[in-house]
Design a protein around this ligand. Structure first.
Ligand SMILES: C[S@@+](CC[C@H](N)C(=O)[O-])C[C@H]1O[C@@H](n2cnc3c(N)ncnc32)[C@H](O)[C@@H]1O
Length: 203
């Protein structure tokens, strides 16, 4: 993997205000991937492929990644081709909820999920992701702090109210489900590491 190519993608994303994972959060996630060495990763929210390429660089897994925005999807596909890793990555253009439904119907399995799509939808995606996740599989969920709004929802304006409420529900669910082991980190915009301890009747 050409690390220089990844740096160029990062610079261009920043120039064009494309939201990409922050450095400290990325390093935490890559640390887990290096140790865990998953075989199959699902990413929700490709953007232009920056995080996907970083993930491919540290482990031998294949990646399935979902993006709704057509322009970003095309740029990501070009970036994957330029990085020479089209054989290990399957980019899917579509709405994550519909793609998740299809993956579940197809009995697909993943041992690592990077949840980085629309923040108000994490709670809706969770039951699908839990069906797709193998035992001991890990979900890495980014932006769970929503710039401090999750901790201090007194400041939330009308526009963000549902998103914040949904994220609070997501965190409540992943921290109270006895089949999950969850740690929430107040780093960058907040991230959560959620491990599926055992499969139950979700199948
Ligand atoms: C934070 S960005 C992803 C950043 C990327 N993971 C990275 O770090 O390089 C979130 C992406 O999710 C996409 N997105 C938003 N709603 C979506 C949906 N319903 N289904 C799939 N992707 C969606 C956005 O277009 C955006 O590119």
């Amino acid at each position: 993997m050409d690390l220089n190519c990844i740096q160029q993608i990062k610079l261009k994303a920043k120039e064009n205000f494309v939201p990409i994972v922050r450095d400290e959060t990325l390093n935490a996630m890559l640390g887990i991937l290096k140790e865990k060495q998953p075989t199959r990763i699902l990413e929700i929210g490709t953007a232009v492929g920056y995080s996907a390429l970083n993930m491919l660089a540290v482990c031998n897994a294949d990646v399935v990644t979902i993006e709704k925005n057509e322009q970003r999807f095309e740029e990501a596909c070009n970036n994957f081709a330029e990085a020479g890793c089209t054989g290990r990555i399957k980019p899917i253009l579509g709405d994550a909820i519909e793609v998740l439904e299809t993956l579940v119907k197809g009995s697909e399995r993943f041992d690592f999920v990077f949840l980085d799509g629309p923040k108000g939808q994490y709670i809706k995606y969770l039951p699908f992701i839990l069906k797709l996740l193998t035992e001991n599989g890990v979900i890495f969920a980014d932006n769970v702090g929503l710039l401090g709004l999750v901790a201090d929802s007194g400041k939330v304006n009308h526009k963000n109210r549902t998103m914040v409420r949904n994220m609070q529900q997501f965190l409540q669910q992943v921290t109270t489900d006895v089949n999950l082991e969850t740690q929430v980190f107040d780093v960058d915009d907040g991230y959560a590491i959620i491990k599926l301890k055992q499969k139950n009747d979700r199948k």
